[in-house]
Design a protein around this ligand. Sequence first.
Ligand SMILES: [Fe+2]
Length: 238
Amino acid sequence: MRLLIISDIHGNLEALQAVLREAQGRYDRCFCLGDVVGYGADPQACAALVRDVAAVVIRGNHDRAFVAPESALDFNPIARLAVEWTHNQLDAATRAWLESLPAGPVLGDGIQLAHGSPLDEDEYITSTAQAAVLLAGAGEPLTCIGHTHLQGGWRMRGERTETVARNGALPLDPGQRYLLNPGSVGQPRDGDWRAAYMICDEGSAEFFRAAYDLAGAQGKILRAGLPPTLAERLAAGW
Ligand SMILES: [Fe+2]
């Protein structure tokens, strides 16, 4: 079973379509780790597409903002403005779907799926020390997380936790545990503007980047009256 793992689409339809185009025929099921909406200009279309294509979708903190508006109070001003704008773009059925999304962790085909971390959906896992704690307590060989918008991850070999290479296929050794982040489809923050995703099976995982119509996505953000910085950051990948 080949799995397409996507996360943090953030309403960027051009990026999502590019990923699905590029991955077409190379996966059997798709899992989404949350943040389908927020920031980008196409929340409604992205939600419809994810709903159609993904077998499992868990909620991210931006999706939750529609269920529990008080949870957006600690968002930065631009993120909060995007939440309010996005709220007005969604029809009732899409809002209901977002509200129905389960919080992680959720098990999908033996893989633990979480937005921030299995312990806290709002936690940003960025360090090897954080990864080591999670991997030491992991019940499954592979855990997939999103939220940081940073593609990559860690492996635990015995007592030792180390970062994994992002180039080429990463063999998944049954004797080791892995914590992998597919990166963000719609708003990468690792200096590479291209849409990030991951494809894995029982024996290996591989990270990919898909070029997309960046100018198209930026133009929609500007025409929608969303903060220009949301368009600018897409080009820089931050
Ligand atoms: Fe996100």
